[in-house]
Design a protein around this ligand. Structure first.
Ligand SMILES: [Zn+2]
Length: 551
């Protein structure tokens, strides 16, 4: 009976199954939700509690070479935030970039059970998988960087569309990735090699390649659809952080013309104002475009005040952040695949630009008409740590608290926004369940996540109902992963290893004849040593590449 469980008297929020705060039983057997269990099954009395599927983070940076570089760059964070071992769990360190073990435990302590590492160059896949293996409790996967890949550029330029598609599929398999990621397409290539050039326009030619970011975006959006990947191309647009960049963002969304695309941390791409001058908000224009275009989804990338770490494959942006903050930084190139910049950062509520970024994130949340397509993220640790999610939830759910906060930050920034224009909206618990679990799961194409229907993974979080939503979402009473009680009364009761989620699209092995010579000429690693072997996967699940519903 130990693998069976009945949760009784809880108030269920399960938007995928249209259950909005009804008191119902949830039954669990062998790691899955089932219709019923025998009366002798263990019971959890969830009276006065809220039951939701485990949280799903669609975009964060938690594992791999750039994350590790960020840890090394900030030894002070290790010393000041020790995560001690317990009877059941291992030790680690925290800060804005926690160690692997602490990352898994701290996500679990917030009721999150799935998280996606959002930017890994194929060359970093082994390292990433090793770290994900050491990231407990969570199911996890990663997005592989494809937007600045020299060989893919060459195939695209030469019009070799089929080989381009086969090469992308080969690369996804070689890295054991979950989705295709584009970061500032063309930007890293322009920046690298001592040229230090910027890409500032979607239709600007990428130095030496005879291609534009527009060409790259379109090609990868198409391939994600042709390969039936469960998640569409995940796009970090050009010009992140730059005043006036909302035009590039709108242009990118228009360029995909009706095809599915996910625009990530869109807050950082919603700025008005003249290039090089003061930032303004264009959140209403961005929110309106997304409201009217169901093919586009986004995560917000909310900025939260306090310590953050800028951590990006957008090396050009890393340099810019270093320039404005004066903070220490690292720049790293990844051969023919990507760039990387890391800058420790502090968001301050009295600084104009920081307060404006914070306010723009809130505008996007409050102006979004479809929570399924505008989901919650801080682009951890870029906009702030995932540990700030409970506070963000309170900002969305509690208007009075929000207004107090709005009045206490830089008022010049607030005047640039619509936050004082009767934005009365308060998110409901059902809407929070959508933006933190059901929505991200659906956008990722993870059919067994983000819901509590029969057959779903029994990843369940149970919160005490509480007036203070920050308090409520900070300390779940129970967290279950695959039907096991990991946290009870806010304390760990067990350790657990989650699965690596990846896809394995079919490809024609003949494409290796195209890729191999490029490796021999230009890579530092032998072609045969490059694809990641089965032994790096440990517990894993291949998510099927079948035609997806994009509801
Ligand atoms: Zn990111």
């Amino acid at each position: 009976m130990s693998n069976m469980l009945r949760i009784v008297n809880g108030r269920i929020y399960d938007p995928i199954n249209d259950i909005d705060g009804e008191i119902r039983d949830i039954c669990v057997q062998d790691g899955k939700i089932v219709a019923d269990v025998p009366p002798e099954a263990r019971r959890i009395d969830a009276s006065g509690m809220v039951v939701m599927p485990g949280g799903v983070d669609i975009h964060c940076h938690i594992a791999g070479s750039k994350v590790n570089l960020a840890r090394k760059l900030q030894p002070e964070e290790r010393r000041h935030d020790v995560h001690p071992r317990t009877l059941f769990t291992r030790s680690g360190t925290g800060g804005s970039v926690p160690s692997t073990f602490a990352t898994g435990y701290r996500y679990a302590m917030l009721g999150y059970t799935t998280a996606m590492e959002a930017a890994v160059p194929p060359l970093g896949a082994r390292h990433t998988l090793e770290e994900l293996h050491d990231t407990p409790v969570l199911d996890k996967g990663f997005f592989v960087l494809m937007g600045n890949n020299a060989l893919l550029y060459q195939l695209l330029k030469e019009g070799r569309k089929e080989e381009f598609r086969e090469a992308v599929a080969w690369w996804i398999n070689a890295a054991r990735a979950y989705a295709i990621k584009l970061v500032n397409p063309g930007g890293a290539e322009a920046w690298k090699g001592g040229r230090n050039a910027y890409i500032t326009d979607l239709n600007q030619e990428i130095d030496a390649f005879g291609l534009t970011p527009n060409n790259v975006v379109q090609a990868l959006v198409d391939v994600a659809a042709e390969l039936n990947l469960p998640h569409p191309a995940h796009i970090h647009c050009n010009n992140l952080g730059v005043a006036g960049n909302y035009e590039t963002t709108l242009e990118t969304m228009r360029a995909v013309s009706g095809r599915r695309a996910h625009i990530t941390h869109i807050q950082f791409h919603s700025y008005g104002g003249e290039f090089g001058a003061r930032h303004k908000s264009q959140a209403p224009a961005i929110a309106e475009y997304i409201n009217n275009h169901p093919n586009i989804s986004a995560d917000v990338g909310q900025v939260m005040f306090g310590k953050a770490t800028g951590m990006t494959a957008d090396a050009q942006l890393g340099w810019m952040l270093h320039q404005v903050s004066g903070n220490k930084w690292v720049n790293a190139d990844v051969e023919h695949e990507s760039g990387c910049g890391i800058v420790p950062f502090v968001y301050e509520d009295k600084k104009y630009v920081h307060a404006l970024q914070w306010a723009i994130g809130l505008e996007l949340f409050l102006l979004s008409k479809d929570p399924w397509r505008m989901v919650l993220s801080t682009d951890h640790p870029n906009g702030g740590s995932f540990l700030s999610y409970p506070r963000l939830i309170r900002l969305l759910m509690d208007r009075e608290f929000r207004m107090d906060q709005i009045r206490s930050v830089n008022q010049q920034a607030i005047k640039q926004t619509v936050l004082l224009d009767n934005l009365e909206r308060e998110y409901t618990l059902q809407e929070i369940a959508i933006v933190t679990r059901a929505g991200p799961a659906r956008l990722l194409g993870l059919r067994n996540k983000g819901q509590l229907g029969v057959g779903a993974d029994a990843d369940i979080t149970i919160y005490m109902e509480h007036e203070d939503k920050e308090e409520m979402f900070s300390t779940p009473r129970y967290v279950l992963k695959d039907g096991r009680i990991i946290i009870e009364d806010g304390e760990f009761r067990a350790d657990y290893e989650g699965r690596v989620l990846h896809v394995a699209p079919d490809y024609d092995p003949k494409v290796e004849e195209v890729i191999r010579p490029f490796f021999e000429d230009y890579y530092t690693i032998q072609f045969d040593n490059y694809p990641v072997g089965e032994r790096y996967l440990h517990k894993h699940e291949v998510v099927p590449t079948v035609s997806t519903t994009d509801k």
